[in-house]
Design a protein around this ligand. Structure first.
Ligand SMILES: [Fe+2]
Length: 265
């Protein structure tokens, strides 16, 4: 009986806490929801692509087309914003070593960045064919970039990487939850970024992957609609609206080409 009372008090406090969050900053409910998922659902750090993101094949089959558009964009690489310029909260992980980590954002937290999408229409139309993608971007790591160990906080999505431009000389890899993966062009992976992970580009070349977050399809049924609702709350966050605005590449990359920087084809 006492246990039931304690449980009722706990659930009441949890509900009240989330209600307060809803009125103060709705997107923070994502933190408590993630905690609940961590308690009730376990998964390995690297997850099965076919099982959890079968539509990846469309992107993988068309990786050369995506790469061609990317190479065009990279002719003006310096006009693509750095990650911490798009989202200041990323400064610790994105700019600790001053080496560049640039992001060409297609979709952020459920919203398309139409200005950017128009600059890479073929990639955009592929992405738009796949429901469940919440965020999508070209993640562009400069030479000798290191992203220090950190944990993603939202447990309701899995992270997808498709290798597009991968250095040939030297090591370039991610370690997630103790598992090392060396990117390969045209090859993809899916993982849970809430495990501790870090990245090294120990080369003098640029590395680019297509980076997507997708809704998890393996949560218990009751959590699926809650996951989408909680994720939707994030769209109301002023910070995330700013992310979308900051992510726009401000020049017409095709009409105003700058002197190309050293990138690898
Ligand atoms: Fe990360």
């Amino acid at each position: 009986m006492i246990i039931l009372e304690i449980l009722a008090i706990f659930l009441g406090c949890f509900f009240l806490f989330n209600l307060i969050l809803y009125f103060v900053e709705p997107s923070l409910i994502a933190i408590t929801f993630s905690l609940v998922l961590r308690l009730f659902y376990k998964n390995p750090p690297m997850v099965d692509l076919e099982k959890h993101f079968s539509k990846h094949q469309l992107l993988k089959d068309n990786w050369r087309t995506i790469q061609e558009e990317l190479i065009e964009l990279l002719k003006n690489e310096n006009d693509i914003p750095k990650f911490h310029e798009v989202d200041k909260i990323q400064k610790f992980i994105a700019n600790k070593d001053q080496a560049a980590w640039r992001v060409f954002m297609f979709k952020a937290y459920g919203n398309w960045q139409e200005g950017n999408c128009n600059k890479a229409p073929k990639t955009t139309s592929l992405l738009k064919e796949i429901p469940g993608i919440t965020t999508a971007m070209f993640s562009i790591l400069g030479p000798q970039k290191h992203i220090p160990p950190h944990n993603g906080f939202y447990k309701g999505v899995y992270r997808y990487h498709l290798g597009l431009i991968i250095p040939k000389l030297g090591e370039c890899y991610i370690i997630n939850g103790g598992h090392r993966y060396d990117w390969k062009e045209g090859e993809d992976i899916l993982f849970d970024d809430t495990y501790k992970h870090a990245v090294w580009n120990k080369t003098e070349e640029t590395r680019v992957v297509l980076f997507c977050d997708i809704f998890r399809n393996d949560l218990p049924k009751i959590f699926q609609p809650i996951n989408r609702w909680v994720y939707g709350l994030r769209e109301k966050s002023q910070r995330l609206k700013n992310v979308l605005k900051n992510a726009e590449v401000q020049v017409d990359l095709k009409k105003e080409p700058h002197a190309p920087t050293a990138t690898k084809a």
